[in-house]
Design a binder for this molecule. Structure first.
Ligand code: NAP
Length: 249
């Protein structure tokens, strides 16, 4: 018998989603109808009220403006991945199931392929690196999210915390500034002179040929999360430093 139900599964390839629209909508959208129906059936049969804990994304917003997006700001996705994730959120909101939806952004980790590992590999081989400098958000460590979930599971009644929240690291940056921070952390840890490494080039998103449009403003306002759940909400620089340290060990 489950005590918690977490859905972190998703179709996450933003580029391929433009070509595989049906699959993206099936996994990120329609699957939530089925998941909610199953939870509802289970709750009725067992006289329980298990909520669904679901992860969503900053990509449900259009990225206009310069302020952090609030949980109940208008959703207006600009690519298929964002549209399919927004559909999933709507399917949960219109179900009978209690929910905690956590929108997050820019997930990085010591595990699997992600931005931090890609940049570190390029730094280690002193390769040319160009990174976009006009998308704003908060890089967030998967470990931070996992630790948050662990604390959440210790609470007496998760059901009473039902809602739509934003969860990401504190602070904001651009992908270019993040790459430069990784380079500076590398230099500090390895004790190599920065002049020995090629500098990272800031570029505009418009110079890249991509199928999917990316939101410029991916900032998420986490105030309602911070008010509701006591937790150590750390800055992105601290989270990135931890990952780089582990990867360079
Ligand atoms: N990564 C980010 O920057 C980011 C940002 C904002 C929000 N999010 C959200 O956070 C959640 C986790 O993302 P992630 O980055 O960890 O994604 P990920 O690395 O692509 O992992 C997605 C997982 O979903 C599984 N999955 C995909 N299709 C499935 C299906 N039809 N049935 C069962 N499982 C399926 C995949 O299984 P396989 O490994 O077997 O393929 C994989 O384990 C998602 O909801 C995503 O939208 C991620």
């Amino acid at each position: 018998m489950p005590d918690v139900i977490v859905n972190a599964a998703a179709y996450t390839n933003v580029e391929k989603a433009e070509m595989e629209q049906d699959l993206a909508f099936t996994v990120n959208g329609h699957a939530l109808v089925n998941i909610c129906e199953e939870i509802d059936n289970f709750n009725r049969a067992q006289s329980r009220n298990l909520p669904l804990i679901h992860f969503s994304t900053d990509y449900v917003f259009d990225g206009n403006g310069n302020e952090p997006n609030l949980p109940f700001d208008r959703v207006n996705p600009i690519n298929i991945y964002g549209k399919s994730k927004a559909k999933g959120e709507n399917n949960i909101l219109s179900s009978n199931v209690s929910y905690l939806i956590f929108r997050t952004s820019w997930i990085v980790s010591r595990y699997r392929d992600n931005f931090v590992k890609t940049i570190l590999k390029k730094i280690e081989t002193n390769s040319e690196i160009s990174v976009v400098n006009d998308q704003y958000g908060a890089p967030t460590s998967a470990e931070f999210i996992a630790d948050f979930l662990y604390e959440l599971f210790q609470l007496e009644s998760i059901e009473s915390k039902k809602g739509l929240y934003h969860i990401c690291a504190q602070g904001e940056t651009t992908w270019y500034e993040l790459a430069d921070f990784i380079l500076k952390t590398f230099v500090e840890i390895k004790g190599v002179p920065e002049r020995a490494l090629l500098p990272i080039h800031p570029i505009a998103t418009s110079t890249l040929k991509t199928s999917a449009t990316r939101p410029r403003n991916s900032r998420l306002c986490c105030n309602s999360l911070i008010k509701t759940f006591p937790f150590e909400y750390t800055h992105w620089k601290m989270q990135i430093t931890e990952i780089v340290k582990v990867l360079l060990k």
